[in-house]
Ligand binder design. Structure first.
Ligand code: GRG
Length: 288
């Protein structure tokens, strides 16, 4: 059920981007936006659509927030891959935007995707004005200097630090860098339905950390050529990772504990949250 829904939601999100960009001019920046929003697991968009279903929200209202979080996520990847940051040549197994086009285009693609995210959550069909304002405010906090950008800044600072990060430090870094957008995506359904965000926040905080630990595990165990990642790049650069701090077994155990915690947080929803529980298990069993 979860895997079918992830695939179906991924197709809905792709169709949404196709329809959106059909009205845009055929310029390199737009080609880059299409390219950067194509593919990926669509986990964040799925979380928006699934938590909206859980709150009985009309799927039409949830589509733009789902596209918004995938757009912000895509912007972060485009900028993260640039030579001034991680300098990666491959993303999702394909050349990164600055390699396929150039650095100036990649900068603009990221900028435009970020702006698009905020445009999409404030579109009239998303719902009442107070809901759209709440989505925009929380998305700004999750993606900016209190969220993802903070995590990225801490990551950059760690590169020139004298000693590797401790476990609490790397946890705080990843809560911003990867966790904040995942939390926003999971809370979005409750925000759209004007319900309680707390259970979904608890779920997503554990899920986001499990996701990042699984990412560090995959850096060591995964097939880099398949997924376009540098195996153990952070560890090779002397940076602390969950695997370097906890060991491979310890990291896998910690991720499994976090998935249990994520599932426990959903008890208030009863059987309705089965898909979200399966999503949490998927996050630590995925191969890319
Ligand atoms: C440039 C402001 C700025 C932030 C960048 C999110 C981020 C911060 C950098 C991404 C670097 C990275 C590879 C982090 C590891 C975890 C992660 C976010 C992986 C990519 O997310 P997936 O696996 O990607 O959901 P797909 O391709 O499936 O969409």
């Amino acid at each position: 059920m979860f895997r079918d829904d992830l695939i179906a939601d991924g197709a809905t999100i792709q169709a949404g981007f196709d329809a959106l960009f059909a009205g845009y001019p055929d310029l390199p920046v737009v080609q880059g936006m299409r390219y950067a929003t194509h593919g990926g697991k669509r986990l964040r968009g799925f979380l928006v659509l699934e938590t909206a279903r859980l709150h009985g929200v009309d799927p039409v209202r949830a589509l733009m927030p789902a596209l918004a979080i995938e757009s912000i996520h895509a912007y972060s990847l485009v900028h993260d891959d640039m030579p001034c940051m991680d300098n990666d040549a491959l993303r999702r197994g394909l050349p990164t935007v600055h390699v396929k086009w150039d650095e100036g285009t990649a900068l603009l693609v990221g900028d435009a995707l970020q702006a698009l995210g905020f445009e999409l959550v404030t579109r009239p069909d998303v719902g009442p004005a107070e809901v759209r304002a709440d989505l925009a405010l929380s998305l700004a906090r999750a993606s900016g200097a209190q969220g993802m950008v903070l995590g990225q800044a801490l990551d950059i600072a760690a590169e020139s630090a004298d000693t590797p990060l401790t476990l609490p430090e790397i946890t705080a870094l990843q809560q911003g860098k990867t966790g904040a957008l995942i939390v926003w995506a999971a809370e979005a359904g409750a925000r759209l339905g004007q319900g309680d965000t707390q259970p979904l926040r608890s779920y997503a905080e554990a899920l986001g950390l499990a996701f990042q630990i699984a990412d560090d595990v995959l850096d060591v165990t995964g097939d880099a050529a398949m997924v376009g990642k540098a195996v153990g790049k952070d560890a090779a650069a002397g940076k602390a990772t969950f695997v370097s701090l906890l060991g491979l077994d310890g990291a896998q155990r910690r991720a499994a504990e976090l998935v249990d915690r994520a599932c426990d947080a959903l008890s208030v929803y009863g059987d309705g949250a089965e898909n979200l529980k399966q999503a949490a298990r998927f996050v630590i069993s995925r191969q890319n």
